[in-house]
Design a protein around this ligand. Structure first.
Ligand code: IPD
Length: 261
């Protein structure tokens, strides 16, 4: 196994244990884009742990972290970390939350680990090669028609944006099998990689929400992209290759690509 992937697995496991052990002490210490976009002291502690352990092993790598630990590196390797994806779920004890550790090599999501203790699942993967859930190889599903697809999505934290996202989902709902909103983008994407879901789309995610899962998705045969190009904050779509265009074009037809944030 790559030295980078091995390190990603180890640091994610360490932070996941920290989050599990500290769950009873969780406390909201700040808000970000809105009053419901929260940070707990556990997000901050988990990010500190990740950064300390990564830099102890690889002091010259770059880091991009959700809670602000950004630093430039000199090696071409950048660690993109979400110390706690699904913070609201964690606060409530809803099990879909994870530590997400992605490794970009020359800017490309190459290795990923998504460690979800309350789901008892660790996904890991290498872009273009392979992906695993709890060490077992995974492959995305085969559903090729939107009308049969079980999709996941997510919503931003600002009320105005959510109202528009809700309207788009209302129009999409009669055209698909069903829609889930489980609250952690990295986990949703790994479920697509595993064939537990047929597809995922969301507007407004950040690189730290998706980098690790992108490598895992790639390793599992998922096509990940945005509107007419790579996945971006503007739109991330992840499905098996046969379903991608229909979901992409439908979201566009419903106006999901227009300016609204
Ligand atoms: C959030 C979750 C959520 C998604 C949001 C993300 P956070 O991450 O992944 O499912 O809908 O877009 O911001 O804030 O819990 O790390």
């Amino acid at each position: 196994m790559s030295e980078l992937l091995d390190l990603a697995l180890r640091v994610a496991a360490r932070s996941a244990r920290f989050l599990e052990d500290g769950w009873a002490r969780r406390e909201v210490v700040a808000t970000k884009s809105s009053s419901t976009d929260i940070v707990t002291q556990m997000d901050q502690g988990s990010e500190r742990l990740l950064v300390d352990h990564i830099l102890a092993a690889r002091p010259d790598d770059g880091i991009i972290g959700e809670e602000g630990s950004d630093r430039a590196g000199t090696t071409g390797v950048t660690w993109v970390i979400d110390p706690l994806d699904g913070t609201v779920n964690y606060l409530y004890g809803f099990p879909s939350w994870a530590v997400s550790v992605g490794v970009l090599v020359d800017g490309k999501p190459t290795y990923g680990v998504v460690h979800a203790p309350a789901l008892r699942t660790v996904w890991h993967g290498t872009a273009g090669e392979s992906a695993f859930a709890n060490e077992r190889p995974i492959r995305t599903g085969h559903v090729s028609e939107l009308s049969s697809a079980l999709l996941a999505t997510g919503f931003g934290y600002e009320a105005g944006v959510r109202a528009i996202q809700g309207a788009i989902v209302a129009e999409l709902l009669p055209r698909v099998r069903d829609i889930r909103r489980a609250g952690a983008a990295a986990v949703d994407m790994c479920w697509v990689a595993q064939g537990v879901l047929d597809g995922y789309f969301e507007r407004g995610t950040h690189l730290w929400d998706r980098a690790a899962a992108m490598a895992i998705c790639d390793g599992a045969g998922v096509r990940v992209g945005g509107f007419d190009g790579p996945a971006a904050d503007r739109m991330t779509i992840a499905t098996n290759p046969a379903l991608f265009d229909e979901l992409h074009d439908t979201l566009r037809a419903l106006g999901a690509d227009r300016e609204y944030d």
